[in-house]
Design a protein around this ligand. Structure first.
Ligand code: TNX
Length: 631
């Protein structure tokens, strides 16, 4: 048996790879396959002692010089210079590597995180913050708190929910999902809690009145659920620190500052099994977030079952060695991935609804469609010659507006999805179509001539308006990333756009008359690292953002009243390229997710980072990894 080991090191301007074998074999005619979030620049790179045998986006196969023989004791050393984005963080490097032998079979290489001389230990797990605790533990902080005293910490709450049994059922489900080994509900001997209807309260509002019995008033199940979540948070706080209490008297009045408090999750770059999604929804609810933007397709995968096109998931949901989709982003040679069946999606939507969360699906079109086009190659223009590349270096990855089969397929797919997703909104992506998209396609050229335009932006706008008409006719509001305003743009009357590339963009979109969800990469992209240092995991194209900076960001700072009238709310965006493991996910997403949740809910005058920091450590994380390093 032969064992391969790949060591890698960052040397100021290059990655040095050292491939070794043990055993008596002599291996020739092989290739080394790898891929990280970082990608070798197609146009500007140089390699020492290797050549690129093939490359698509982040996936690359390197070949040794002609006649090279790999034997024990004499490793193959390769230098790679020239990455599309400079290597800034340790998670940029390959997370997996394998050797493709001359017969085409793949052997996994043992790999450890890339080394860098002088680096501090690599950070993993949720950052623990120091702060100044208030007397009660609630995130996001309520609109009015007027409480006194403390009662002894109970064995749980004994909840009389005869007016809203659904809210209690959801709360029970939620605390079981998140805190199975903590008793927050004690059906026999806890503090009595009574749910009382107050139809004067707004949909997500609630009031807590503390006395012998704690009263939770609300007008909807979601309002009751939010009141119970605040109680649950206070109890967990009281159990964790003596400064934190369950008050003896007084009231908490609470209602959100914004109606749209979202979180986006990219399940295309990495697949998250249904159980992870369920727990994630529970975490969103615990943060009183109410919109789940589910990014279901991208270049690297298609994740939703479509009856009319089984190929989308048979082919598009799986990556691996020898498969139509290469193991992008370092997912290794084995077949990995997955998709959500319609049954699972219905269950997820119902669970989300019980938590007060609306699930907004996204199919990212016309760009970011590599996986879809690999699964459905008949959607390409057969006469297209030459290649254009997306920013992530996928060739010809955009659905072609000049091909009628594209529109037919999309209407079939969207019709199935509309039957599945009850949300008022349907998000169609629209981001990052390259400027020269379709420039080698006669079909696109014919359409451009008919429309008397040129360039990709007006073609994309034409394409999107056609999709939007279909969605509008079906009673949906079209959601999209900010680029849907380009080239003439979609109809502002039936859309909302998410501003992401720069902080000023959202305001600009609002000035153009679009409803806007604010999600700037610089503050709300939870794939960006927490600090600029190498030892922190994450990406960097939009910079980096500490929990404090994310918390401090004011989404409508400097906007006029007319612009602010277009502000729908805020959204955390979780892009999954750097999520190479659960401990990395927990480091990047938490506690910044809660920081965005508090900005979405709490009026800015009532925000206080020292308070937030002290309470943030109590918030649940998806995988339960908390940082081990002291600050
Ligand atoms: C840009 S944000 C993208 C995504 C990447 C993300 C990484 C957006 C609409 N497009 O495809 O995953 O940057 O931060």
């Amino acid at each position: 048996m032969t064992y391969f080991t790949l060591a890698s090191e960052w040397l100021a301007d290059r990655v040095r790879l050292t491939l070794s074998i043990t055993g008596s074999a002599a291996v020739t005619g092989f290739r080394l396959a790898l891929g990280g979030p970082a990608r070798i620049d197609l146009a500007h790179h140089s390699l020492v002692n290797a050549r690129i045998a093939s490359q698509i986006s982040t996936y690359v196969e390197l070949a040794p010089p002609e006649g090279f023989v790999l034997v024990a004791g004499s490793p193959w050393v390769v230098d790679i210079i020239g990455f599309a984005d400079a290597m800034k963080h340790w998670t940029d490097a390959a997370a997996a590597a394998f050797v493709i032998l001359a017969d085409g079979s793949a052997e996994l290489a043992a790999i450890s995180p890339i080394m860098r001389a002088g680096s501090a230990p690599y950070r993993r797990g949720t950052m623990q913050l120091d702060g100044t605790p208030p007397s009660i533990a609630i995130i996001p902080w309520p609109s009015a708190v007027d409480v006194n005293g403390a009662r002894s910490t109970p064995t749980g709450f004994t909840i009389d929910a005869s007016v809203a049994p659904g809210a209690l059922a959801a709360f029970r489900h939620l605390v079981t999902a998140l805190f199975a080994d903590e008793q927050l509900i004690d059906d026999a001997n806890g503090i009595p809690v009574a749910l009382v209807a107050d139809t004067g309260l707004a949909v997500e509002a609630y009031r807590l009145s503390f006395g012998e019995t704690i009263r939770v008033e609300a007008s909807t199940d979601t309002g009751f659920l939010y009141g119970l979540i605040s109680l649950g948070q206070m109890l967990r706080g009281a159990r964790s620190a003596s400064a934190l209490t369950i008050p003896a008297s007084g009231t908490i009045e609470d209602a959100p500052a914004n109606g749209f408090r979202g979180c986006h999750l990219d399940v295309a770059r990495r697949f998250y099994p249904v159980d992870d999604i369920r727990r994630f929804l529970a975490i969103l609810a615990w943060n009183k977030l109410n919109r789940f933007h589910w990014h279901l397709s991208d270049d690297e995968a298609w994740r939703v079952e479509i009856d009319a096109y089984p190929q989308l998931t048979e082919i598009g949901a799986w990556r691996g060695h020898g498969l139509p989709l290469e193991p992008f982003l370092g997912t290794g040679p084995a077949r990995t991935g997955g998709f959500y069946t319609k049954k699972e999606i219905r269950e997820i939507i119902a669970l989300a609804a019980s938590y007060g969360i609306e699930v907004i699906p996204e199919i990212d079109i016309p760009g970011h469609c590599h996986a879809m086009l690999v699964a459905l190659p008949h959607l390409r223009d057969p006469d297209e010659t030459g290649a254009y590349y997306s920013i992530q270096a996928f060739p010809n990855n955009c659905l072609n507006p000049g091909i009628e089969a594209v529109h037919e397929a999309l209407e079939t797919i969207l019709a199935e999805m509309l039957a599945l997703f009850p949300s008022r909104w349907f998000h169609v992506g629209a981001d990052e179509v390259p400027k020269d998209a379709w420039s080698h396609s006669p079909a696109a050229a014919r359409l451009a001539a008919d429309l008397r335009t040129n360039g990709s932006a007006p073609l994309q706008a034409h394409f999107l308006r056609r999709i939007q008409s279909f969605l509008t006719a079906n009673g949906k509001i079209t959601g999209a990333w900010e680029e849907a305003a380009h080239g003439g743009g979609v109809d502002a009357g039936h859309s909302y756009l998410v501003g992401w590339t720069r902080t000023e963009i959202s305001r600009q979109l609002a000035a153009e008359g679009y409803d806007v969800v604010v999600a700037p990469g610089q503050a709300y992209y939870l794939d960006m690292a927490n600090t600029p240092e190498w030892h922190e995991p994450g990406s960097y194209w939009a910079g980096w953002s500490s929990p404090e900076a994310t918390y401090a960001y004011e989404p409508t700072g400097g906007w006029t009243a007319t612009e602010a009238a277009r502000f729908k709310g805020v959204q955390a965006c979780i892009w999954s390229e750097p999520m190479i493991g659960p401990e990395i996910f927990d480091r990047l997403v938490f506690p910044r997710l809660s920081a965005i949740a508090e900005t979405g809910w709490t009026a800015s005058a009532r925000k206080d980072f020292a308070r937030f920091a002290a309470l943030s450590n109590l918030m649940p994380t998806l995988y339960g990894h908390r940082e081990e390093h002291t600050k």
